[in-house]
Design a protein around this ligand. Structure first.
Ligand SMILES: [Zn+2]
Ligand SMILES: [Zn+2]
Length: 314
């Protein structure tokens, strides 16, 4: 799994930061990517990456503020022009369907693929054999959700050389061993599945939180995740200022990561008041609370592999 931030700014775009959009790349897991929020010009940002809109499978919208949704109609239209034919599912708060369908209708935009809408409430909003996605209401000035993406444990790996050496012939017995069943060979010898498989790896988990004040819901949703992605619209010491706007400071974001037992914190939704040169200062403010903090910038790309978070571009 890889993460790429397409927009890390708060409220409106600046030269340094576009408005919110975060890509969760699942190319290895399912050959697609998912998008979390879609601020204005998200499709322009995508042009600077290797992302192909037709590989976009799901869009999750945290809330209906413009800096999180104004990029949707354009992206949906371009996906159609660029030969996107696979259905796309959009998960978001009440109103997302009406807003998109009205815009598409009045602009006479016809998509050559099907869009499924899921207007969400709290709880599990998506589940298949690989993933679950859970939504929880946070504390912003309008209804705003956080999402927890959990990958299910990966199947055990068959150690094929070892199995063949144990005398297992190529064919269906190998599949049985991989599925955890012991097998008896023609010569009467038993081969145990646990001897020829490597243990299933834990799946990864992410909490991607929308705009919010510091709140218990963020902590509950982020319990023990590998990465919590939290807004940090304000800097340390301005908690009283942040609260009426429904936003958090960097220290509060760090507090959520700490109290939830998360391994890493990446902050985004950074105010244009903070220039790139301030990012390190912001990070240091949070470090007093939580040890693993990254202040994301547009196009920053990360990889999570075997529980380790690494930056993969600069
Ligand atoms: Zn916002
Ligand atoms: Zn907002």
């Amino acid at each position: 799994m890889e993460l790429q931030f397409l927009g890390t700014g708060a409220g409106m775009p600046s030269k340094q930061r576009n408005t919110s959009a975060l890509v969760v790349k699942l190319m290895q897991e399912r050959g697609t990517f998912w998008l979390f929020d879609c601020g204005e010009a998200t499709q322009h940002q995508m042009l600077h990456t290797s992302l192909k809109p037709r590989k976009l499978e799901k869009i999750f919208i945290t809330h209906m503020h413009g800096d999180h949704i104004y990029g949707l109609p354009g992206l949906l239209g371009s996906r159609s022009f660029l030969d996107g034919k696979e259905p796309l599912t959009i998960y978001g708060p009440t109103g997302i369907q009406e807003w998109i369908l009205t815009t598409l209708r009045l602009s006479k935009t016809y998509l050559q693929y099907k869009v499924n809408f899921v207007e969400i409430t709290e709880g599990i909003i998506f589940e298949d054999e690989q993933f679950t996605v859970e939504a929880k209401l946070l504390h912003h000035v309008i209804p705003c959700f956080g999402f927890r993406v959990s990958q299910k444990p990966l199947p055990p790996q068959l150690l094929i050389e070892k199995a063949l050496q144990s005398g297992v012939p190529k064919g269906p017995l190998l599949a049985q061993l991989k599925n955890g069943q012991d097998v008896i060979l023609e010569n009467g010898q038993t081969v145990f599945s646990h001897d020829v498989t490597a243990k299933a790896e834990d799946g990864f988990s992410l909490a991607i939180l929308g705009d919010t004040r510091f709140c218990q819901a963020s902590i509950d949703l982020s319990q023990n995740v590998d990465i919590v992605i939290h807004e940090a619209t304000f800097d340390a010491g301005t908690e009283e200022l942040a609260k009426p706007y429904g936003h958090s400071t960097i220290t509060q974001a760090a507090q959520v990561a700490k109290e939830s037992g998360a391994k890493h914190l990446i902050v985004q939704h950074i105010s244009a008041r903070f220039l790139p040169s301030h990012a390190e200062e912001l990070r240091k403010q949070g470090l007093s609370v939580f040890p693993s903090i990254t202040v994301a910038e547009d196009f920053a790309e990360f990889e999570l592999k075997h529980n380790e978070l690494n930056r993969i571009n600069s």
